[in-house]
Design a protein around this ligand. Structure first.
Ligand SMILES: C[S@@+](CC[C@H](N)C(=O)[O-])C[C@H]1O[C@@H](n2cnc3c(N)ncnc32)[C@H](O)[C@@H]1O
Length: 323
C-alpha cells in the first residue's frame, strides 16, 4: 500500500476537501489498471478501459510531430494523420473525465520544413555562457531525431512549405468543436530553451499548455489566482535518458491549479514518458495512472514512482500539521 507509515489509527486529517481516515485501505486499482503505476501500451487502445467519470486531472505532453524515431505517434509523414490520432485520444478520453475535471495539454508546434539540425548551426545560437552556443555534447545537439520531410499538399495551402502548422491550435479548435470547453492557455517560458539554427523567424523560447474541461463549472484554484505565464527551467533526472521530458514543476502547477488535492484526486497522463506527471501527483498526495508505449520508460518510471511512494510521505506531513 502506498504511503504506509506508522500513524495513529482512527485520526482524521484534513487537507482542503480531502479527508483520509487512517486505517482505511487506499484503493489499489482503477478499473483494470493499477493505481500509482504506468501501464505499457498504446493509449488510444487503453483509454476505453478506464471507468467512466473516474479522472480528475489529465496532464500530458504528447509527442511532437516529426521529432521522434521510435514506436508510437509523432512519426506520421502526414501531419493530418498525427492530428487525427491526437483528436481520437482526447475525444475517447472525454467520458472518463469527472464532471468537475480538467485537462492540460502541453504541445509544441512544427514548421513544414525538414528537420536537419547540424552541429555547425550552433554558431548562430546566442545561448550558452559565452553566448555562442551550448557545449558540443549538449542533448540539443546529440538528441536522436527523425529526418522529417516537409509534407506538401498543393490543394491545402496550410500544407505549403515553411508554414508554421499551428498543430496545437488545430487540435484545441477541433476538441472545442467536439465536446470540450476551451478554458485557457498558459505560456511556459523556458529559462533554457533549445538552440535553433540560422532562420528568418523568432527563435522559440516558449511552449503552450492548453486547459480544457468538460464543463465550465470545473474545479479550479481561485486564490491565489493562477497566472498565464510560467517561468520554468528544464531539469535532469537519473535513470534512462528521456529527451522530451517536461520539468516536474510544470505538472505540479497544473495539478495544484485543480484546487482539490488528496488521495481522491486521480491524475492521468496518457503519454507518461519518464513518469514526471506521476511523480508530481504523488508528491502532492494524489493518485496516478500513466500509459506509455515504450517498455524501457515504463520500467524506469515505475521504479521512480515506487521510490516516491516509499520515501515521500504526504500523509506523514499532514499528521505533523494536524498534531
Ligand atoms: C513528449 S514524451 C512525454 C514526456 C513526459 N511528459 C515526461 O516528462 O517524461 C511523449 C511520450 O509518449 C510516448 N508515446 C508515443 N506514442 C504513444 C502512444 N500511442 N501511447 C502511449 N504512449 C505513447 C512516447 O514513447 C514518449 O515517451
Amino acid at each position: 500500500m502506498p504511503f504506509s507509515r506508522p500513524l495513529t489509527h482512527g485520526v482524521v486529517y484534513r487537507y482542503d476537501d480531502f479527508v483520509y481516515q487512517l486505517g482505511d485501505e487506499l484503493t489499489k486499482t482503477l478499473g483494470p489498471f493499477d493505481l500509482d503505476k504506468v501501464t505499457q501500451g498504446d493509449c488510444l487502445e487503453l483509454i476505453p478501459n478506464l471507468p467512466d467519470k473516474s479522472i480528475d486531472v489529465l496532464v500530458t505532453s504528447p509527442p511532437y510531430w516529426g521529432q521522434r524515431l521510435s514506436n508510437g505517434t509523432g512519426t506520421e509523414n502526414d501531419p493530418r494523420e498525427y492530428l487525427n490520432f491526437l483528436e481520437n485520444v482526447f475525444i475517447n478520453f472525454l467520458p472518463k473525465l469527472k464532471p468537475q475535471g480538467i485537462i492540460w495539454i502541453n504541445l509544441g508546434d512544427a514548421y513544414n520544413t525538414p528537420v536537419n539540425w547540424r552541429l555547425d548551426d550552433r554558431q548562430y545560437s546566442t545561448l550558452g555562457a559565452d553566448k555562442n552556443g551550448l557545449s558540443d555534447d549538449n542533448s540539443a545537439y546529440t538528441k536522436p531525431r527523425a529526418k522529417r520531410k516537409a509534407f506538401i499538399d498543393v490543394d491545402n495551402s496550410w500544407l505549403s512549405y515553411g508554414n508554421l502548422l499551428a498543430l496545437p491550435n488545430r487540435l484545441v479548435i477541433s476538441l472545442s468543436e467536439r465536446g470540450y470547453v476551451y478554458r485557457g492557455e498558459v505560456i511556459w517560458r523556458k529559462k533554457n530553451p533549445m538552440p535553433e539554427g540560422r532562420c528568418r523567424r523568432p527563435h522559440r523560447q516558449h511552449e503552450s499548455v492548453f486547459l480544457l474541461a468538460k464543463d465550465d463549472a470545473h474545479s479550479f484554484r481561485v486564490a491565489p489566482p493562477v497566472g498565464s505565464v510560467w517561468d520554468i527551467s528544464n531539469e535532469k533526472i537519473d535513470g534512462p535518458v528521456h529527451f522530451s521530458r517536461f520539468p516536474e514543476e510544470l505538472p505540479r502547477r497544473c495539478i495544484d491549479a485543480y484546487g482539490h488535492l488528496g488521495s481522491n484526486t486521480i491524475v492521468f497522463d496518457p503519454f507518461s514518458g519518464s513518469g514526471t506527471t506521476g511523480i508530481a501527483a504523488l508528491k502532492l498526495g494524489c493518485r496516478y495512472i500513466g500509459f506509455e508505449i515504450d517498455q524501457v520508460q515504463v520500467d524506469a518510471s515505475n521504479n521512480r514512482i515506487k521510490m516516491i511512494s516509499e520515501n515521500d510521505a504526504p500523509l506523514l506531513r499532514l499528521a505533523s500539521n494536524a498534531g
